[in-house]
Design a protein around this ligand. Structure first.
Ligand SMILES: Cc1cc2nc3c(=O)[nH]c(=O)nc-3n(C[C@H](O)[C@H](O)[C@H](O)COP(=O)(O)OP(=O)(O)OC[C@H]3O[C@@H](n4cnc5c(N)ncnc54)[C@H](O)[C@@H]3O)c2cc1C
Ligand code: SF4
Length: 353
């Protein structure tokens, strides 16, 4: 296999999968490596259903997974990580490690699609008591329950009567250094509130927000649906503390619309945790010498008109490794990064002719 014919794609989430598919469809070879033992990235590993139509994740992602797994021009390597890289566009020498066994692969260009990790709500926002109270959970914990087909209070195993979502946990928080909006969590909380109301029609569901930020069509597809059809209560307010009161959780804060203090009892609190660069993204920054932008994600150099080129020639980035994104945008970036990587290789071929 000619080395300049291969694009290495690091990370097999939505962005990496689409990058691999596009490289293969454009007539080059894709080597797709993933540290986990399965493809599909964060959504496939953690989420039961996806926006906007609440379809099961496995079902939604099946087509792209099949396309990648069954394409003869895609070489999938699971349980594999990049440990070293040298060389440049047209001839990168990348050391891969699989269970301690190392190989050096030659590739022409690279797409980094190593994604994000969920903010750990126990890290600095202890006032929400994530590690203290069983009934304070995250969006991710809730998705695990949805996978099992129910939603319960972990402390009792019984269905909750009153559920509160708290928005912007770990995002838009200058104190902890995350000065950005994670883009999707308003939509995901609204999606989950619909799911809870479908499972428990008599439950009261509240979403406490600073301001609601819906992503494009999600405004219509999820937010208004949750509010009008499912009677979810959106309350503009700041939650400052959660304490235990009897067998309930007391949420303390301020209702910022009414301008008055607020204290409400809940059975279950769901923290809308945002996105941070994954460990793999930070690691790839070091190994491939890609600078990180001020929020810690991988830097791109083209601004809004070129969202995938990094300062390192021949290395491109796709998806949440470059900042918070939904799946739609991650996949679009995957295709764009793949097209640019293949374009760079083709230009190189023309130069050597
Ligand atoms: C709670 C929550 C719910 C969400 N639900 C939705 C939704 O319903 N709809 C929607 O559109 N978006 C949703 N999102 C956003 C969605 O998860 C992201 O848009 C999407 O996962 C980004 O895809 P990605 O491929 O860039 O990254 P990821 O999905 O994070 O995939 C990255 C992949 O790279 C792998 N990796 C990491 N490091 C390495 C390494 N060093 N070497 C090899 N592989 C590596 C990881 O194991 C992972 O498989 C949600 C986000 C959150 C926080
Ligand atoms: S999407 Fe909503 S919850 Fe998430 S950080 Fe932005 S404003 Fe906060």
């Amino acid at each position: 296999m000619a080395k300049a014919d291969t694009v290495l794609i690091v990370g097999a989430g939505p962005a990496g999968l689409e990058a691999a598919r596009t490289v293969a469809e454009l007539g080059k070879r894709a080597m797709l490596i993933e540290t986990k033992d399965q493809l599909g990235g964060t959504p496939y590993a953690y989420y039961a259903t996806l926006t906007p139509d609440l379809q099961e994740t496995e079902h939604s992602m099946q087509e792209i997974l099949d396309a990648v797994e069954h394409h003869s021009a895609v070489d999938v390597r699971l349980n594999t990580r990049v440990v070293h890289s040298e060389g440049s566009l047209g001839a990168f020498h990348v050391t891969l490690d699989r269970d301690g066994a190392q190989t050096v692969e030659e590739v022409g260009a690279i797409v980094v699609a190593t994604g994000f990790q969920h903010f750990d709500p126990g890290r600095e926002t202890q006032m929400y008591g994530y590690y203290e109270y069983d009934d304070v959970i995250t969006l991710v914990d809730a998705e695990k329950m949805f996978k099992d087909g129910n939603i319960v209070r972990p402390s009792t195993g019984l269905p909750p009567e009153r559920v509160a979502f708290i928005q912007c946990v770990g995002s838009r928080d200058r104190q902890i250094g995350n000065k950005y909006c994670s883009k999707v969590c308003c939509g995901i909380a609204s999606k989950q509130s619909i799911e809870i109301k479908r499972m428990l029609p008599n439950a009261k569901v509240f979403i406490f927000y600073i301001d609601m930020r819906m992503y494009g069509f999600w405004e219509d597809q999820i937010y208004w649906k949750a509010q009008e059809e499912y009677k979810v209560n959106y309350i503009r307010g700041i939650v400052t503390e959660i304490i235990r009161k009897g067998d309930k959780l007391l949420i303390k804060g301020e209702d910022t619309t009414m301008g008055r203090p607020m204290e409400v009892l809940m059975d279950l609190v769901i923290l809308s945790v945002g996105m941070e660069p994954s460990k793999g993204t930070v690691e790839m920054s070091r190994i491939f010498q890609i600078p990180r932008e001020e929020h810690g994600f991988l830097q791109v150099i083209g601004g809004p008109l070129n969202t995938v080129s990094t300062p390192v020639p021949g290395i491109f980035v796709a998806g949440a490794a470059a900042g918070p994104k939904d799946i739609e945008d991650s996949v679009s970036m995957g295709a764009s990064a793949a097209a640019k990587a293949v374009g760079a290789l083709k230009r190189l071929e023309l130069e050597v002719r």
